[in-house]
Design a protein around this ligand. Sequence first.
Ligand SMILES: [Zn+2]
Length: 291
Amino acid sequence: MPELPEVETVRRGLEPWVVGKKIKKIEVVHKGGNRSNTFAPFSAVEGAKVRNMRRRGKFLWFEVNRNLGLVAHLGMSGQFIIQERKAPDEKHLRVRIDCGDRRRELRFIDQRTFGWVAIDQLVQEEGLEIPTSFARIARDIFDSQFDREKVIERIMKKRSPIKPVLLDQSVMSGVGNIYADEALWLAAIHPERLANTLKRSEIEDLLSSVKEVMSAALKQGGTSFDDLYINVNGESGYFDVELEAYAQDGEPCSRCGTEIRRIAFGNRSSHFCPRCQPRRVAKKVGVKRGK
Ligand SMILES: [Zn+2]
């Protein structure tokens, strides 16, 4: 499933192509591509000019010069492709966006139909008009207005294990299963430790780790990326990131050599090093200071 780095790479790819263009026509090729509770028909943004290409967490927003937003979510396997107009429709083509380009058009393709494109109502947030999809989720760690202190406070109050807290898009957005496992490994925190038992310094470390693993992934995406073909593929299109914990069960931990373990987490899994990420933090033996 695409997480923040993958969605950000899509945004960066779309930006130079769509900003400044007019949305001429949006065609729903397959109704699965449109969210059922879309605020208005797509015709409501036809003729509008794209001002900005924005992202919050895993949501994309085509900001247009209308009182409406065109929002997209890639779901499990959604892709945006800037495709030649004359190219035959892809098997899983859901939505076609004509931006008036003579040669190319934007296509939203999704094999598993969890992704969508929809018209969203705008709401006020801190003096800005943003889509309702954005308002429901917290700012992500790359947002210029990300409030680190506030997020630390939110985490410290949670009585649940830290892993689901990291995935909670109302605490901080953009983190999914892969980067949660990677960040917890890097910060040496067991995924099942209760958030409210973590020390402030551990949470600070964890947030830095989240940023670090995602930055590394973004860097990968940025280099292997062709600006005419924007592709996020949930199965195989993951950036070739060196993973340390996620799906590494049975492999030796690169820090200590202990086998990475996998434990059930809801209907998914958590991967961690039982040695570097102990469930119970050993009490520090009092060290006698010198006289
Ligand atoms: Zn280890």
